[in-house]
Ligand binder design. Structure first.
Ligand code: BDP
Length: 682
């Protein structure tokens, strides 16, 4: 199936490349220990090399010094250990690895402290070969920057996927957990190949069918899935229903301070660990969008999370507690209530009260995965709490995998944002990698963008987001450009025109999408519920707290402390003053922080209204240019994948014009100010 192999397709190398490689390692893999992750690593390496070289390597347990690839842990393989000095070995953490290619050829060593580390080293070596990197003399030592590199599936037991744009669930069908786990295994490979080490396999909105996953009837099947992921070093988590003690436990309440409720969670957790000793823990959405939570009992989120943490603690499990908590029944006439403030207002008073094994999972922005948002101020405000950042790989508000939108540049901006919590350099990436505050746990999570579509992500190029998430979680210093190029080479091969074209398409795509949908930081002009396509006022007078406040004079949400909701004051200085100031707020976030007249002049010298028009015209043209770029690759990319991408880009080019026309017509009518260039239809 075109696209199924994703970035692990591994085309046969050229003859000269194969000859050179063969000289370096013969055709033999030296594996001398029995360990499940080493087994996975050896099998992956053998399969990968078979594809690249066209012949299967021999597996050996002893070697006479002939060329080979040695893989093993320092503790389990004398050969792997002997390749490195004590200090070199000591530099390798739990999931890290070393890869050394002898300058004079004849030996490649992939070693780690654990089998998981070796597995990551294997994927690294295959990536080097796949991208044509020079091997001779290579000497790498890598440890992941982040402890938690997690995927959140939003899959439901009935087989639907909340905000899924790539088909149905690969985990569930018609209320049942699937029996054939081969597709899940292939998914585990993809994830492990980019370093993902945790997955929550059901939607954060947990209803009765998924609550039942914690019962005796379902646990054996969940445990089979855990084994599949476990072989790839990925720990399985479940999203849990806060009201589970009532729904499946027969209790009358779920009060976190009630001893009976606590005992129920302890017993349930023990039962889960009996069937899955490596179980990761619970992911929880509580008191949010109609899901139950501790507020019902007059308790706060620390009480709620700590109860679960106590139950998980004896087994080393984690509670991942989401901070997406706000009042979704807000009165739109109340202009002082600001949803953007909610997470900060709810959680900062609780800093320091969460147990050690609780991690708060915070969306990158304060609202909800809009095309552009400022960074959530929570990251700079919880020095005594474990924090993880949550990204949305599934493109709910960014084109739903019908439009191209490579999100790594957006994520990079969030990670590089300086919270100033400990002076300059207190970036978000240093909060979640734990180095800034010295917290115990932390990391990255992403809402997955895959489903049972043959190519996983619907839009083939959306695979780059899944790939990029994993790579960035491992190493946030990687550049968006570098990741795009790496993904393109692994996916499409070395053809220079293909690499340059796809890389450029990916890198332009977020800015293109933003320019025809939501320039200047205005959000929510989408159709309600499904969130696809333009709708100017769809959310304007609703309870969800999602406004742009466009009227005949101006547009934008005043979030200053002086005259608005005060959200800007949730940042530390100098960020707070910058956002408070109309002049100093960057144009791309202007309407997120300020309400301005249409005639307000941007830093570019243009008025807001003219920018709104121009940006959408340019964006629609650039969307069309994406299609042109791709058509130049015909016959350089295989027909199946070529056609898939072309069809999506055609839809995008047409739909971008709809965005342009609907929104521009709206703004002309609303403002009464015509486009100076006369292009907008009234
Ligand atoms: C919103 C989605 C909704 C999710 C929610 C969440 O529209 O489907 O359940 O976020 O993150 O973006 O919990």
């Amino acid at each position: 199936e075109p696209g199924y192999a994703a970035w692990l397709g591994r085309e046969r190398l050229t003859d000269s490349a194969r000859l050179a490689l063969k000289a370096t390692w013969g055709q033999a893999l030296h594996v001398a220990e029995d360990d499940p992750h080493i087994e996975t690593a050896a099998a992956e390496l053998a399969d990968g090399l078979t594809k690249l070289m066209g012949e299967r390597p021999a597996r050996i347990r002893a070697s006479d010094g002939a060329p080979c690839i040695v893989l093993g842990t320092f503790g389990g393989s004398a050969k792997a250990a002997a390749a490195f000095h004590a200090a070199e070995r000591a530099a390798v953490g739990d999931e890290g690895y070393r890869v050394r290619v002898r300058e004079d050829g004849g030996r490649i060593t992939i070693a780690g402290a654990t089998g998981r580390g070796v597995l990551y080293g294997v994927f690294r070596l295959l990536r080097m070969i796949g991208t044509g990197a020079a091997l001779a003399g290579a000497d790498l030592c890598e440890n992941p920057a982040n402890e938690l590199r997690m995927i959140n599936q939003w899959d439901n037991a009935d087989g639907s996927v909340e905000r899924g744009y790539a088909g149905r669930s690969i985990f569930y069908r018609d209320g049942e957990i699937v029996r054939d786990l081969s597709r899940i295994r292939d998914y585990a490979r993809l994830l492990a190949s980019v370093g993902v080490n945790a997955i929550a396999i059901n939607n954060v909105n947990v209803h009765r069918p998924e609550t039942l996953f914690m019962t005796e009837r379902c646990l054996p099947r969940i445990a089979r899935i855990a084994d599949v992921f476990g072989a790839y070093g990925i720990r399985l988590f479940l999203s849990v229903n806060y009201a589970a003690p009532i729904e499946i436990g027969g209790l009358s309440a779920a009060d976190p301070l009630d001893p009976e409720v606590r005992a129920w969670w302890r017993a349930k957790t023990e039962e889960i660990y009996r069937s899955m000793p490596d179980f990761g823990g619970y992911l929880v959405k509580a008191d949010s969008e109609f899901r139950p939570g501790p507020f019902t009992y007059g308790r706060d989120h620390a009480d709620g999370a700590n109860m679960l943490a106590e139950a998980l603690q004896p087994f080393g499990g984690l509670v991942i507690w989401r901070c997406f908590v706000y009042n979704c029944k807000q009165d739109w006439r109340d202009r002082k209530t600001d949803r953007a403030r909610a997470a900060f207002d709810h959680f900062t008073p609780l800093d320091g009260r969460f147990r050690d094994n609780v991690v708060l999972q915070v969306k990158n922005g304060p609202m909800d995965f809009q095309v552009r948002e400022p960074v959530s101020p929570l990251f700079g405000a919880m020095a005594h709490t474990n924090l993880a950042i949550e990204f949305q790989a599934t493109q709910e508000y960014t084109g739903q995998q019908r439009h191209l939108c490579y999100l790594v540049p957006q994520w990079k901006e969030a990670l590089d944002f300086d919270t100033r919590a400990r002076g300059a350099g207190s970036t978000v990436k240093r909060v979640v990698d734990r180095s800034l505050f010295g917290t115990r746990h932390g990391g990255f999570a992403a809402v997955s963008n895959i489903g049972d579509d043959a190519n996983w992500t619907g839009h083939l190029l959306a695979q780059a987001n899944l790939y990029g998430f994993g790579r960035l979680a491992w190493d946030p210093e990687l550049s968006a450009e570098g990741i795009a190029e790496e993904w393109t080479r692994l996916t499409f091969g070395a053809d220079d025109l293909v690499v340059r074209t796809v890389r450029a398409m990916l890198l332009d795509s977020w800015s293109i999408y933003e320019s025809y949908t939501a320039p200047l930081g205005v959000g929510w002009m989408v159709k309600p519920n499904h969130h696809y396509g333009p709708d100017v006022d769809g959310y304007e007078y609703s309870m969800w707290g999602t406004y742009h406040f466009a009227d005949r004079d101006g547009i934008g949400v005043d979030r200053t402390a002086a005259t608005g909701t005060g959200y800007a004051r949730q940042y530390r200085e100098p960020n707070a003053s910058q956002y408070e100031s109309l002049e100093r707020t960057p144009d791309e976030l202007l309407l997120f922080f300020h309400h301005v007249p249409y005639t307000y002049r941007l830093k570019s010298g243009k008025t807001v209204i003219q920018h709104i028009y121009d940006s959408r015209f340019e964006g629609a043209e650039r969307a069309e240019a994406l299609l042109d770029s791709w058509t130049r690759l015909e016959r350089r990319v295989d027909d199946g994948r070529y056609a898939q991408v072309k069809a999506r880009l055609e839809e995008q080019a047409v739909h971008a014009k709809e965005w342009r026309d609907v929104l521009n017509a709206y703004f002309w009518r609303k403002s009464g100010i015509p486009d100076t260039r006369g292009r907008v239809i009234y």
